[in-house]
Design a binder for this molecule. Structure first.
Ligand SMILES: NC(=O)c1ccc[n+]([C@@H]2O[C@H](COP(=O)([O-])OP(=O)(O)OC[C@H]3O[C@@H](n4cnc5c(N)ncnc54)[C@H](O)[C@@H]3O)[C@@H](O)[C@H]2O)c1
Length: 252
């Protein structure tokens, strides 16, 4: 019988976007549950502060490092750091992302490319480089979005990147399953983080009215779902995209 607890003692997790709402909440949860962490973000001061704070509170080690998730050389440095410090990666959660607002008619090629380069290309580059360090029993959770299933007015670049991530997640699950690496994705609805602050200010009431639970989600609710998918409790969950949106997607 396999162990189905959420105990992450001495497991090694790499989280990008770890200065942000969801990545930060996940870092807190995994640290509380005994994991060692490599936390990466463009915002170096914030990610280092989070790592220092977690290292001071919990037994696991937490290292904070600057990362440009769209840059191959920066990703190489992150992977080399994980290899040097821990020798392996048990859990990989690419949570770095951007969510600009722009109608297709107003989107220039550069903005389109920037969104894909962080939200989609960056995830490919990170996972590809991490795979050699991931043993059997390790797990990847990608962050897609309800926008990737449904589209999102004013966010075609973002929706396309997240839709691409769904297809990428499923394909990775086919390719990595035989070597014992599980791959899943979480697809959040509207979550109360800095990413959605301006959109929530403009459309928040409308979104809440469309959400059967009649509220936004919290980063902790997303990180709890990610932790479940990383854990042995989800040991036979593979190639899935788990909706966490208070019923928004189902309600249509
Ligand atoms: N908040 C939501 O409602 C929501 C909904 C669906 C999906 N998501 C996804 O969840 C993930 C986390 O979002 P969040 O809500 O925590 O957002 P957030 O803005 O709080 O955090 C995102 C983090 O990514 C970092 N980042 C941005 N560009 C980067 C780059 N080039 N290199 C490295 N780091 C970079 C930012 O500094 C920030 O700390 C994202 O992939 C997002 O698309 C969020």
């Amino acid at each position: 019988m396999s162990d189905t607890t959420l105990d992450f003692t001495d497991r090694v997790a790499v989280i990008t976007g770890a200065a942000g709402g969801i990545g930060g909440a996940l870092a807190d949860l995994l640290a509380r549950s005994g994991a060692h962490l490599v936390l990466a973000d463009l915002d170096e001061a914030a990610v280092r502060a989070r790592a220092t704070s977690l290292s001071g509170q919990y037994p696991g080690r937490a290292i904070g490092v600057q990362l440009n998730a769209a840059d191959a050389a920066s990703i190489d440095e992150l992977i080399e750091l994980a290899r040097r410090e821990f020798g392996r990666i048990d859990f990989l959660v690419p949570s770095a992302g951007i969510y600009p607002e722009s109608l297709v008619a107003d989107t220039d090629d550069e903005l389109w490319r920037r969104v894909q380069s962080i939200n989609l290309d960056g995830v490919f580059m990170l996972i590809k480089r991490a795979i050699p360090l991931m043993p059997a029993g390790s797990a990847i959770v990608n962050l897609t979005s309800v926008a990737g299933h449904r589209g999102s007015m004013g966010h075609a670049h973002y929706a396309a990147s997240k839709g691409g991530l769904i297809a990428f997640t499923r394909t990775l699950a086919l390719e990595l399953g035989p070597q014992g690496i599980r791959v899943n994705a979480v697809s959040p609805g509207i979550i109360d983080t800095a990413m959605t602050a301006s959109a929530r200010a403009a459309k928040g009431d409308e979104w809440i009215a469309a959400t059967p639970l009649r509220r936004d989600g919290t980063p902790e609710e997303i990180s709890a779902t990610i932790a479940f998918l990383l854990s042995n409790a989800a040991s036979f969950v593979h190639g899935e995209v788990l909706h966490v949106n208070g019923g928004l997607f189902m309600a249509g």
